[in-house]
Design a protein around this ligand. Structure first.
Ligand SMILES: Cc1cc2nc3c(=O)[nH]c(=O)nc-3n(C[C@H](O)[C@H](O)[C@H](O)COP(=O)(O)OP(=O)(O)OC[C@H]3O[C@@H](n4cnc5c(N)ncnc54)[C@H](O)[C@@H]3O)c2cc1C
Length: 427
């Protein structure tokens, strides 16, 4: 089948590109336009990131989506999200044959608990809508040509009336998202704000006790300070690992650390392992406990508040004997333990890098995009969607919601805006 002349060419067949291609093809068909949609991806296997997402189960979206779940220009994000809210996402997936179920955290997964269900449904729908899917087609250049575009790839050149850039960011580059799309966007005059890994685990200095706790997770209130000023505070589960810290609360907070470090600013992370309680409040508790259980060990007493293994490590970190009897704990040791318990500085050495990041912070500024259509404000007929834009969500299905929403908006707009069939294709 010839695909050198098409109405819409989509570069990148991830979550955003697949949705954009489907929406464009279905809109063209609705309008009785016999045009074609070409979906190009450099990877041999399409949808690798969807398959590994959510631990192989694909956290498709979240039951409640608000602009606060995202970072970027929230006014623009609000408008974009409103165009394809979560109820429509759920209904759209149902129409694709994917039923979603809600987990207690509010995350929505396919009832099959298998990410392949999501990928197969998207691919089936795309094929059904007549989208021409081309894996192993790496795009090297996109330029304007007359009223349309020329899309150069490793098998030739396609001529397209509209182009959608959906090349993702830099997270998990082995899936094909290696940041080349930013170069394509820059080629059209778009800016790209500094890009750093987000939703990424953090590596701790070797002086910390993390390695002995590997595998342990518990709740913490994590506070990020930028040059001494609090910029983020969140509570959730922290996972100790052989390299440092991970778990939802760390992943969500990591963007503040990576962005600030990239700017060369001083950034510090502190953990309160008894969320919501201060060391002052705990002092009273400690005194009462000492009076009631004078012969109990310090670590045993602390394990009422935190897991045993963490209590022991924390005592040693404070140069206290975990087995010391409560009645014998010196006042200055008590104060040191309680202040460390509620404000432990986590000495971050580095983030774990793009191979372990789930998303990119930074990208093409949303101000350069028409939020009603996802069309570039600089180049008419060019659309930018998904992770390549300067918007990142927290953990919980928000990043996919961004991909479905922007893809759907751009697909509809591109499909509607295409002039009556322009290219005559031979099958
Ligand atoms: C391990 C992991 C787990 C995740 N789990 C979840 C989750 O459960 N829920 C959630 O909401 N989010 C999750 N995310 C984030 C989510 O996967 C991304 O936000 C989303 O996939 C971004 O979609 P996208 O289409 O914009 O980009 P991508 O999915 O990155 O797709 C971009 C595509 O463009 C192609 N491409 C790039 N350059 C070119 C080129 N020059 N020519 C041709 N093709 C090109 C790539 O091969 C790729 O297929 C996870 C991410 C990771 C890494």
């Amino acid at each position: 089948m010839a695909d050198d002349g098409v109405n819409v060419a989509v570069v990148g067949a991830g979550a955003a590109g697949l949705t954009g291609a489907i929406a464009a093809a279905e809109t063209l068909a609705q309008d009785g336009n016999s045009g074609r949609v070409l979906l190009l991806d450099g990877a041999k296997q399409i949808g690798a990131k969807i398959l590994v997402s959510g631990g192989g189960r694909c956290n498709v979206t979240h039951e409640v989506i608000t602009p606060k779940d995202f970072f970027g220009n929230r006014n623009i994000i609000r408008n974009i999200l409103a165009a394809f809210p979560v109820e429509r996402t759920i209904a759209w997936f149902k129409s694709l044959g994917v039923d979603l179920k809600r987990e207690p955290t509010g995350k929505l997964f396919p009832t099959t608990d298998d990410a392949r269900t999501v990928l197969n449904a998207l691919l089936d729908r795309a094929r059904g809508a007549g989208v021409i899917i081309r894996p192993s087609h790496r795009v090297s250049e996109v330029t304007t040509s007359g009223e349309g575009f020329l899309v150069r790839h490793n098998h030739g050149t396609a001529q397209a009336s509209r182009v959608m850039l959906a090349t993702g960011g830099l997270a998990l580059p082995r899936t094909g998202s290696d940041g080349f799309g930013y170069r394509l966007a820059r080629g059209f005059g778009h800016r790209v704000t500094p890009t750093v890994p987000a939703l990424v685990p953090l590596v701790l200095d070797r002086s910390m006790f993390h390695a002995t706790l590997s595998g342990l997770s518990h709740d913490v209130e994590l506070t990020t300070l930028l040059d001494g000023r609090e910029v983020d505070r969140r509570t959730g589960s922290l996972l100790w690992t052989h390299f440092g810290i991970s778990g939802p609360v760390v992943m969500d907070a990591s963007r503040f650390w990576t962005l600030a470090t990239n700017r060369g600013e001083q950034v510090d992370l502190y953990g309160n392992f008894v969320p919501g309680r201060t060391s002052e409040a705990l002092k009273e508790w400690f005194v009462t406990q000492t009076a009631e259980h004078p012969r109990r060990s310090l670590a045993r007493m602390l394990s009422v508040l935190v897991p045993d293994r963490f209590a022991e490590s924390l005592c040693r970190h404070c140069s206290c004997d975990p087995l010391e009897l409560m009645a014998q704990v010196a006042r200055r040791n008590r104060e040191r333990v309680l202040s460390t318990l509620t404000r432990l500085r986590l000495p971050i050495e580095r983030d774990r890098g793009w191979n372990f990041a789930e998303v990119t912070a930074g990208g093409v500024p949303l101000e350069e995009i028409n939020y009603r259509t996802m069309e570039s404000k600089l180049v008419s007929g060019l659309y930018l969607i998904g992770e390549m834009l300067d918007c990142d969500g927290r953990i919980g299905g928000f990043n996919f919601q961004w991909a479905w929403t922007t893809g759907w908006l751009a697909g509809q707009s591109a499909g509607r805006s295409v002039p009556a069939t322009k290219f005559h294709l031979s099958a």
